[in-house]
Design a binder for this molecule. Structure first.
Ligand SMILES: Nc1nc2c(ncn2[C@@H]2O[C@H](COP(=O)(O)OP(=O)(O)OP(=O)(O)O)[C@@H](O)[C@H]2O)c(=O)[nH]1
Length: 642
């Protein structure tokens, strides 16, 4: 069975961790909101600070006119062994132990101003204060700014509403136990605390009514109707309190004496004597502590469920945004290579048909290239007129006697050179498709999304490689075209020579009147022979150009797109391995060492794995939160099953 101390201690611990993580309710599912807390609510001067101080048994809260409490104060009370010295500790200054409670008060004031400035604004970021003392019970209380009707000088008018909103944001949480402080010397029906508590907790099951200032009620009046639960019925009994009066405070009556005085007041009071055992701040502290313990015990299953759900959610988000990267260069190298491989896989899937895009390369060979070949101006180049011109020029002063060898060669060379255009265009078109596939593959490689620097590096390296393949491919296709010029297929011309001259009557070819029929026919014949030869070359190139392009560009892209990059990365790894121990040997302070360090920084593998800073921050937060939740789960396991 868990002890009261351990249960409340557990919640205190989780609460502190929540504050460190900036979880003080508000957005989404919050562990803070699942934890039971006691919030002290009341109008200004209702006696909130006095009640808190008598529960603690110490003066430590800032006093003054106007709105003094401007940030929630989470006050965690830890009971220590009898005889131990009391001290306080703030979460924002964890190493400093305050034995002097006047210094605690000063620190609360300073810490309030640190967030709100001197502007007297309010802030909902809590100050977390732990008090360790043998004179307290284990309890966590949250002191909230006093509800007020008017802003004082220097405070904006909105502060009235701001305070109400802040207080409301605490008390409306179903896990908040409301300590509603009402001064008995005023009409309890108009008490700010009771009004607000009624609104957010109409059944009164989580409200504890506290009536202060019983000692200064008008003569002849008492608070019995309230304290005995007749006027303002709540599920829990009302507790009457007698705090130190202003005069007592001025006289520096200490808290222990004040508690004794309070006890005596009730024991000797004609009105409240019969209730003495259920009145006073000590009783209130015990009552709250017991209640808090019961509530915590009830809530543990739902808190554990929330923690488990949060752990699952955080793990899922961490998986989505990626786990942290290792710091040693070996592991970084491994990560980089894994990421490159992931990209390479996607890229290959595009080429091989697992993803769309590779078919566009076939489109280039099947449509673009044939269409470009078809458009070549052979008709013009091999027109009778041009044939005659080229042949005559090749003949020079001596016209050819049998076949115009030179003329044929010039006409063929001239025609073949036209193929260079479509050949280069094919190379470029395939280059363009490959580049586009690189871009797509980068954006489709999920693993790369968190590493924009590396994604950029890979894209640049892949594009560089594609440029190299393009240059190689261009040289190869131009060579293929040149090869066609460098040695002609003799067979073709021999066959021509053997074929009998068949003069087919062709009305379109009929010589025009006055034309020289022999000469025209002769050149037409040459033109058609060259054209037939070029058609043959065209068929060959239509088949061989795609082969060259695939060989030089597509196949290489599949085989060695990132080879250069791997070499570069490997070089960085070697530099890291060799230079790091050298630097260590050289010591720390020379200029050379600094220069080498700057150079090394550029060579750092880790730099390639730079992530979006926001993402890194988010991961850091999630990792911390995960640790908190896991720790909280362990703590609950340890306490709840004791
Ligand atoms: N006689 C008497 N005076 C009390 C009692 N409770 C509070 N006071 C006095 O009432 C004044 C206001 O008390 P605080 O405890 O400062 O009240 P508060 O609600 O914290 O006030 P703010 O922080 O200004 O909102 C002080 O002068 C107290 O001494 C009480 O039970 N009896």
């Amino acid at each position: 069975m868990a002890t009261m101390k351990s249960l409340i201690g557990l919640i205190n611990k989780i609460q502190r961790a929540c504050t460190v993580l900036g979880d003080h309710g508000g957005e989404g599912m919050s562990l803070w909101e699942a934890l039971p807390t006691v919030a002290v609510v009341g109008g200004q001067s209702s006696g909130k600070s006095s009640v808190l101080e008598s529960v603690v048994g110490r003066d430590f809260l800032p006093r003054g006119s106007g709105i003094v409490t401007r940030r929630p104060l989470v006050l965690q009370l830890h009971k220590t062994e009898e005889g131990t010295t009391e001290y306080a500790e703030f979460l924002h200054a964890p190493k400093k132990k305050f034995a002097d409670f006047a210094a605690v008060r000063k620190e609360i004031e300073d810490e309030t101003d640190r967030i709100t400035g001197k502007s007297k604004q309010i802030s909902n970021i809590p100050i977390q204060l732990s008090i360790y003392s043998p004179n307290v019970v284990n309890l966590t209380l949250i002191d909230l700014p006093g509800l007020t009707k008017v802003a004082v000088e220097g405070q904006p008018d909105s502060i009235v509403q701001d305070i109400e909103n802040m207080v409301r944001s605490y008390v409306e949480k179903p896990n908040c136990i409301i300590l509603a402080i009402s001064p008995a010397n005023q009409d309890i029906a108009t008490s700010d605390a009771i009004k607000l508590a009624r609104e957010v907790d109409p059944t009164g099951e989580r409200t504890f009514g506290v009536a202060t200032k019983l000692d200064i009620m008008d003569k002849g009046t008492d608070c019995l109707d309230v304290l005995e639960g007749r006027s303002y019925r709540l599920q829990h009994p009302w507790v009457g309190i007698v705090n130190r009066s202003q005069a007592d405070i001025n006289k520096r009556v200490d808290m222990i004496a004040a508690r004794r005085k309070e006890r005596e007041y009730f024991e000797t009071s004609p009105e409240y004597g019969h209730l003495a055992s259920r009145m006073g701040s000590e009783y209130l502290a015990k009552l709250l502590s017991q209640h808090l313990e019961t509530v915590i015990r009830q809530k543990i299953p739902s808190i554990v469920a929330l923690i488990n759900k949060s752990i699952d959610d955080i793990n899922a988000e961490l998986d989505r945004i990626g786990r942290p990267i290792a710091v040693d260069s070996g592991a970084q190298l491994y990560t980089i290579l894994e990421l490159c491989r992931a990209f390479d896989r996607v890229f290959k899937e595009h080429l091989d048909g697992g993803r769309p895009g590779g078919d566009r390369i076939y489109g280039v060979f099947d449509h673009q290239l044939p269409a470009a070949l078809k458009k070549l101006p052979f008709d013009r180049h091999l027109s009778t007129k041009n044939v005659q011109k080229v042949v005559s020029e090749a003949d020079g002063y001596q016209p050819h006697l049998i076949a115009p060898e030179q003329g044929y060669r010039r006409l063929i060379d001239g025609s073949i050179s036209y193929f260079k255009g479509p050949a280069e265009a094919t190379v470029d078109a395939v280059h363009f498709v490959l580049k586009e596939l690189v871009r797509k593959s980068i954006s489709e490689t999920e693993e790369l999304k968190r590493f924009p620097t590396l994604a950029g590096d890979i894209a640049a390296a892949a594009n560089e490689a594609l440029e190299r393949f393009r240059d190689e491919s261009r040289k190869t296709v131009l060579r293929l075209v040149d090869m066609e010029s460098s040695y002609l297929t003799v067979e073709f011309f021999r066959k021509l020579h053997l074929e009998p001259e068949k003069e087919k009557p062709n009305p379109r070819n009929a010589p025009a009147p006055n034309a020289d029929p022999y000469s025209d026919n002769h050149f037409r014949k040459i033109g058609s022979n060259v054209s037939a030869y070029i058609n043959m070359v065209c068929d060959t190139l239509r088949n061989s150009l795609p082969k060259a392009v695939v060989y030089c560009q597509v196949r290489e892209a599949k085989r060695s797109l990132l080879n250069f990059f791997y070499a570069q990365v490997g070089r960085k790894e070697v530099i890291n391995i060799i230079i790091a121990p050298l630097l260590w040997l050289l010591g720390e302070d020379s200029q050379t060492v600094n220069n080498i360090k700057i150079m090394m920084q550029k060579e750092k593998l880790g730099a390639m794995l730079d992530e979006d800073p926001q993402l890194m921050e988010r991961r850091g937060t999630l990792a911390k939160r995960l640790e908190l939740y896991k720790q909280a789960r362990d703590d609950i396991d340890a306490v709840a099953w004791k």
